[in-house]
Design a binder for this molecule. Structure first.
Ligand SMILES: [Zn+2]
Length: 226
């Protein structure tokens, strides 16, 4: 693979701008007017996972959060801020959790390599492996075991999205975006939709709102229409 030098990055930028302006002289003016992306993309930090390239999307279409092994951590304030902003302020219609095969984070989780703080970060995936150990260990090759754990991880992260307070709130208000679980196969460039069924996770009522409604009921406030 040929890598660009740091100077080439800037030259490439100038060339790309020239190319865009040749096609549409107002492209950057329009881009600077703001963003209303329809998609939130939660992906792995892996340098090969620039989803815009694989989906033919343009700047302004994907709001992005990436971390190692595309995790939805309920204690990660960075992620939770991205999710809340995407849902409440940008009004995204779809949330895509996109994992990938040949993921270093998945390898670390499955094989228990000790390489520092990454071990702590991928520990929830290690837990997923331990839950599904029998199924995963029964697969004949290392590649298949890693790929299966990558898929299981995506499903778990989709489920985690439904555990967040913001998602529970918008589900309650019937304004929730659709959530999708994908895996990108780097060896083919193709995206596999795992068709994750999410209905079973959509039934939880926001506990805070439930408490609020209960309080309203006790106060006999008809606005909350118990
Ligand atoms: Zn990865």
């Amino acid at each position: 693979m040929k890598y660009n030098s740091i100077d080439e990055l800037l030259r490439n930028n100038q060339a790309w701008v020239t190319e865009k302006l040749a096609l549409d002289p107002t492209y950057f003016q329009e881009l600077s007017n703001g963003q209303t992306p329809p998609f939130l993309y939660i992906g792995c930090s892996d340098s090969r996972l620039a989803l815009t390239r694989f989906t033919g999307t343009e700047p302004g279409e994907l709001f992005v959060h990436r971390n190692i092994a595309n995790q939805v951590s309920l204690t990660d304030i960075n992620f939770l801020a991205v999710l809340e902003y995407a849902i409440l302020h940008l009004g995204v219609e779809h949330i895509i959790v996109c994992g990938h095969y040949d993921c270093g984070g998945i390898k670390t989780a499955l094989e228990g390599r000790t390489i520092g703080i990454l071990d702590n970060w991928v520990n929830p995936i290690r837990e997923l492996y331990l839950q599904k150990q029998e199924e995963i260990d029964a697969l004949p090759t290392r590649e298949e075991r890693l790929n299966r754990l990558a898929e299981i991880n995506v499903v778990a992260q989709v489920k985690n999205i439904y555990q967040t307070s913001i998602m529970r709130q918008v589900l309650y208000e019937r304004k929730a975006p659709m959530v999708h679980g994908w895996v990108l196969d780097i060896s083919t460039g193709l995206i596999k939709d795992l068709n994750v069924l999410t209905k079973q996770w959509q039934l939880h009522t926001c506990p805070l709102l439930l408490e609020f409604r209960l309080y309203a009921m006790l106060k006999n406030d008809s606005n909350f229409g118990i």
